[in-house]
Design a protein around this ligand. Structure first.
Ligand SMILES: Cc1cc2nc3c(=O)[nH]c(=O)nc-3n(C[C@H](O)[C@H](O)[C@H](O)COP(=O)(O)OP(=O)(O)OC[C@H]3O[C@@H](n4cnc5c(N)ncnc54)[C@H](O)[C@@H]3O)c2cc1C
Length: 508
């Protein structure tokens, strides 16, 4: 009764998407959350193109779409809001994921709708239950949970445990996993307001490089707007929660009568990454595994990437009986990627400081400028479950395969990611032949073979680019490319490598 394939501790954004994804694979999941209600105030405000595509996998993209606004761009400015360097213009762009690069959403709306979807799902949910203890060393896979309503202690056993219990994760502590501090630890005050009048503040994120006070303006989903202001070490942070102080900080943009403050909070923006994301059959995802300052708006996205990367692998070991070594590729792939997000989020903060303290912005060292602007482009995956164990440019392995999209007159009519299925897929423009043995192997994996119709390719510049060469792509369930055929590697060789890698070989 008290045994589950997967127990998830913490139903924030990361735990919620992990639960929905695992449920979609038919896995028996228990989710434990100490709070009764969702957190009612916004923290994350931006969702990336990949975030939207990952939401499609969990069937929650419509929730974000209904509650979001496309972001127009971003720029660094001086204290008088004059642009420094190049503004980043995102207007009209659609990425290979089939979505605009960045959109702004109102988290209380989306979290509530996601919670309702979870409650209707087959996931067993225990709200007002607090995870208390796990003894991973005794190999009994038991956790202790306290029912906060009657103070009764309950034991559960699991095959896999996912700790998505946020920055101060008890799961991480119980697993004795240390964190690496990447040393950006500053206090900022974050203020969300509701506009009373029509918006006059534009649709771009503004990084204000003012030596007196660094600030970020975020044009959140209407009618909301966000400001973040740095608090200097010698200042008393409590004074920054004073309404008059906040009004003074916002006065560059709006008069007090033009908005209503809906939330004010002082945060210490951290830069930390856990040394390991896995210990035996326990995993960390989301803020439990990494925390980045929010300059890039990628913290929650990183948590989504963790959940998507891990969910299909766990499902494949349970449903397809694949070797558990497959799970080792989770931290191998996710640690370097999330480290990039953490380091480069801090890079934006460092560039802001450099612009603020240098008289002529042209004097700011190029490596800081590149780090700041480069942060907006995320890397591919480098090592892990790919042909040969590592990404390869010729094969495009480690890159994300473009989403098939139906266009009409250059406008998106329908996103078609579902045609790739929820397991591996083999995608080409032409029919392909594989050995009988490999056919059976692909069937066992639930792999979908797909001849992409020209209607998907012609108007989609991303797919056109990927499909130019006469390649067959082997695409993973999380849409990363495992490998593709080249003049040196046939389709059967590609599949043979996958076969060895997910069944037997230690993934290096
Ligand atoms: C000011 C600010 C702005 C941000 N802006 C962005 C942005 O624009 N875009 C973006 O992508 N990210 C952003 N982030 C980051 C984002 O909010 C976090 O990365 C995200 O909320 C992490 O989600 P999570 O599910 O991993 O953790 P959390 O949201 O912290 O959820 C953890 C859950 O675990 C529960 N829990 C904890 N301990 C226990 C226990 N012992 N037993 C049971 N349950 C437990 C908690 O109650 C909570 O519900 C921002 C963060 C901040 C602070």
């Amino acid at each position: 009764m008290n045994h589950f394939d997967v127990i998830i501790v913490g139903l924030g954004p990361s735990g919620s998407i992990a639960a929905l994804l695992l449920e979609s694979y038919g896995i028996k999941v228990l989710a434990i959350e100490k709070e009764k209600e969702i957190y009612s105030l916004p923290r994350a405000v931006t969702i990336s193109d990949q975030g939207f595509r990952m939401s499609q996998l969990a069937g929650i993209d419509h929730i974000y779409e209904e509650n979001s606004t496309v972001l127009g761009g971003a720029r660094f400015t001086d204290k008088d809001l004059n642009t420094i360097g190049n503004a980043i213009d995102l207007d009209g762009l659609i990425s290979q994921n089939g979505w605009p690069p960045s959109s702004l959403f109102h988290q209380p709306y989306t979290d509530q709708a996601i919670r309702e979807k979870l409650e209707k799902s087959r996931v067993d949910i225990l709200l007002e239950h607090q995870f208390q203890h796990l003894n991973y060393k005794d190999k009994k896979n038991t956790i202790k949970v306290l029912n906060l309503k009657d103070q009764e202690e309950i034991e559960f056993t699991y095959r896999y445990l996912i700790g998505s219990d946020g920055g101060s994760s008890l799961v991480r502590k119980e697993l004795n996993i240390q964190q690496i501090d990447l040393e950006y630890n500053r206090d900022w005050v974050v203020v969300d307001v509701e506009l009373k009048n029509e918006n006059t503040l534009g649709d771009q994120v503004i990084q204000v490089c003012d030596a007196e006070r660094l600030a970020t303006f975020v044009p959140s989903h209407l009618p909301f707007r966000r400001w973040e202001f740095i608090i200097h070490e010698h200042e008393d942070k409590n004074t920054f929660l004073d309404e008059k102080k906040i009004q003074e900080l916002i006065s560059k943009w709006l008069k007090p009568e033009e908005y209503r403050i809906i939330r004010k909070a002082v945060y210490q923006f951290h830069s930390v990454v856990a040394k390991n994301f896995q210990k035996d059959n326990c995993f960390l995802v989301g803020d439990a595994a990494h925390q980045a300052p929010p300059f890039m708006g990628e913290g929650m996205m990183s948590g989504y990437r963790d959940a998507v990367n891990l969910a299909w692998k766990i499902a494949a070991t349970i449903k397809n009986g694949l070797n558990e070594k497959l799970l080792e590729s989770y931290e191998q792939e996710r640690i370097p990627h999330s480290k990039f997000v953490v380091k480069n989020s801090a890079g934006i903060g460092e560039l802001m400081e450099a612009y603020a303290t240098t008289k002529d912005p042209k004097e700011v060292p190029i490596d800081l400028v590149e780090k700041g602007y480069g942060s907006f482009i995320l890397p591919n995956l480098s090592h892990g479950l790919f042909f040969g164990g590592k990404a390869n440019e010729t094969m495009r392995s480690g890159e994300i395969f473009p989403q098939p999209v139906l266009y009409h007159n250059k406008k998106i009519v329908k996103r078609m990611d579902h045609i790739l299925g929820s397991n591996f897929s083999l995608v080409s423009k032409y029919t392909f032949n594989v050995s009988e043995e490999n056919k059976r192997f692909l069937e066992m994996l639930g792999c979908k073979s797909l001849i992409l119709k020209n209607e998907y390719i012609e108007e989609n510049s991303w797919l056109k680019f990927f499909m130019e060469e006469e390649k067959a792509y082997l695409v993973r369930p999380d849409r990363y490319i495992f490998g593709s055929t080249t003049s040196d590697v046939s389709l059967d060789e590609l599949i043979d490598d996958l076969k060895i890698r997910i069944n037997l070989e230690n993934i290096k």
